[in-house]
Design a protein around this ligand. Structure first.
Ligand SMILES: Nc1nc2c(c(=O)[nH]1)N[C@@H](CN(C=O)c1ccc(C(=O)N[C@@H](CCC(=O)O)C(=O)O)cc1)CN2
Length: 302
């Protein structure tokens, strides 16, 4: 790694990169329609009225339609029973016009997320959270890949080309981001450490990394002096905090401190977040192609 101190980190523009992915997805959607007459379709299920989830689901529907796909939104009451939710998933599993199914998380407490996710047909599991897809990814087989880690990987590949041999530290061990992120980096031949709240001397562990992916859900926890000079910092955190009497969005990384050290860094907002929905659209096209024996889009998945 370059040992020179980098004071002007490159700001990785996730918003612009996500727009490029969406335009590639739109091209593939046109091709699929022309070749087969099939319109890729995405069904999104929202249970309850969590304000952030409502925003994300609205964006998913809007962007799905913008790339030429069919969007099916199912908004269910917060008190929906597990039986009714499972019945809806079963109906979507059987619907040939639906190629991708996503159940927005978090679900209300009375619903068992694992049970619901594992009831989705793995071939339609565009979130990549079904246990079959988790196992396929872990064993290096063709899987549906979780959208946020896939977005991070595409950003890293675009920046570095090959990631082979790089030292990567993933902070956070969630099933949605930390664990699949580590699998993806390992798949690209990085040397991967998964760190978490119990990791001893976390700052020292992070200082050894050429690539840092922060996904802990704690506002600005990762400090500038934890970052090795020239390292690439990918901030997955989306935390709403109050600062100077205003609500602001911050990541898991102290942006100003880290940018003074890093070679490249994602901002919040405008970094990893927009990649999540772009990769969801890409996964839906991939699922549609796999289901219908059509050529899969290249460069949009691993
Ligand atoms: N079933 C799923 N549930 C959830 C997922 C997921 O991938 N699948 N991820 C998150 C929420 N999420 C998508 O669902 C998501 C989060 C953030 C963004 C985004 O574009 N963020 C913007 C900021 C937007 C804002 O102001 O809040 C950014 O970072 O620039 C998109 C999608 C949890 N649930």
């Amino acid at each position: 790694m370059d040992t020179q101190i980098a004071t002007n980190a490159q700001i990785i523009d996730g918003k612009a990169f996500a727009a490029k992915i969406r335009s590639k997805v739109a091209e593939h959607v046109s091709r699929i329609k022309a070749e087969s007459g099939i319109t890729p379709g995405l069904a999104v299920v929202l249970v309850g009225e969590d304000p952030a989830s409502q925003v994300y689901v609205r964006s998913k529907g809007k962007q799905t339609v913008e790339v030429g796909m069919a969007s099916f939104e199912h908004k269910l009451d917060a008190n929906t029973s597990e039986k009714d939710l499972l019945a809806l998933v079963d109906k979507l599993n059987k619907d040939p016009s639906v190629h991708g199914i996503l159940v927005q998380l978090p679900l209300p407490d009375h619903l068992n997320s694992d049970l619901v996710i594992n009831s989705i047909d793995p071939a339609k599991d565009v979130d990549g959270f079904h246990i079959s897809n988790v196992g396929l990814l872990a064993t290096g087989q063709k899987a549906m890949v979780p959208c946020t880690p896939l977005g991070c990987l595409l950003l890293l590949r675009d920046l570095h080309g090959s990631l082979s041999g790089k030292n990567a530290v993933v902070i956070g061990r969630s099933n949605i981001v930390g664990k699949p992120m580590a699998q993806l980096l390992l798949g690209d031949s990085c040397t991967v450490t998964i760190a978490h709240s119990r990791t001893k001397d976390l700052p020292e562990v992070v200082r050894r990394a050429e690539i840092v992916v922060a996904a802990v859900g704690r506002p600005e926890m990762v400090k500038g002096d934890w970052i090795a000079p020239g390292a690439t910092v990918i901030d997955v955190g989306i935390n709403r905090i109050e600062r100077d009497g205003k609500q602001v969005l911050v990541g898991d990384v102290d942006f100003d401190g880290a940018a003074a050290q890093a070679g490249a860094i994602t901002p919040v907002p405008g970094g990893v977040g927009p990649m999540t929905i772009a990769c969801l659209l890409a996964n839906t096209v991939t699922a549609c192609c796999r289901a219908n024996g059509l050529a899969e889009p290249e460069g949009l998945t691993i």
